[in-house]
Design a binder for this molecule. Structure first.
Ligand code: TMP
Length: 205
């Protein structure tokens, strides 16, 4: 298998960051050269944009401004981290990518999917090879996300209805791209979810 670009997506508190880390550890233990990264962030410039996006008042940015900031961060991440790693034959595992913009800004914050798609085509133009959508009960996930008190709660502050909307969006997106997206039941112990994910990576072409 050539080195793939794998992403994890899901609502806030779905456990996708844990799963991204566990997959990276398993593949490294098996001798694979893995870059584990995240969005927004994953390069010094994009990490600075992350702070702008995830802290402060929920109304700090409009959905349109968010699309521009997330895409700017993604472009830097792609240039500085993702493309060089894939070119060097490293497996890239990324905690969130363009699907998050499609769902958070494109369909849940507003009816802006066409704007998100245009900007993606213009500035990013790259999809992951494989995407795991970690599906999770929004009530459990939101309680877990808020309990972390990470200081990066701007999107959790939009509330439970918002998380339900996100979940529906991610499931619809996965159904529309079945060759790339696999939905994983995240309502199980982390080790069980991780074994499921690893088996699917091994089964991937
Ligand atoms: P996380 O590191 O906890 O996943 O936080 C990232 C937050 O940013 C999360 O609430 C989802 C949000 N987000 C978007 O709204 N659009 C995006 O394109 C990305 C990458 C993240």
């Amino acid at each position: 298998m050539s080195a793939p670009f794998i992403t994890f997506e899901g609502i806030d508190g779905s456990g996708k960051s844990t799963q991204a880390r566990m997959l990276a550890e398993s593949l490294r233990a098996a001798g694979r050269d893995v870059v584990l990264t995240r969005e927004p962030g994953g390069s010094p410039g994009a990490e600075e944009i992350r702070t702008l996006l995830l802290t402060g008042d929920p109304g700090r940015w409009s959905a349109e401004t968010e699309i521009l900031l997330f895409t700017a961060a993604r472009r830097d991440h792609l240039e500085k981290t993702i493309r060089p790693a894939l070119a060097a034959g490293q497996t890239v595992i990324c905690d969130r990518f363009a699907d998050s913009t499609r769902i958070y800004q494109g369909t849940t914050r507003g009816d802006l999917r066409a704007t998100v798609d245009s900007l993606h085509a213009l500035m990013i133009g790259r999809e992951p090879d494989l995407t795991f959508v970690i599906d999770m009960d929004p009530e459990v996930a939101l309680a877990r996300g808020l309990a972390r008190r990470s200081g990066e709660d701007r999107f959790e502050e939009f509330g439970l209805d918002f998380q339900h909307g996100l979940r529906a969006g991610f499931l619809a997106l996965a159904a529309s791209a079945p060759a790339r997206c696999q939905v994983i039941d995240g309502n199980r112990p982390a080790e069980v979810v991780a074994a499921d994910v690893l088996a699917r990576v091994h089964a991937w072409p």
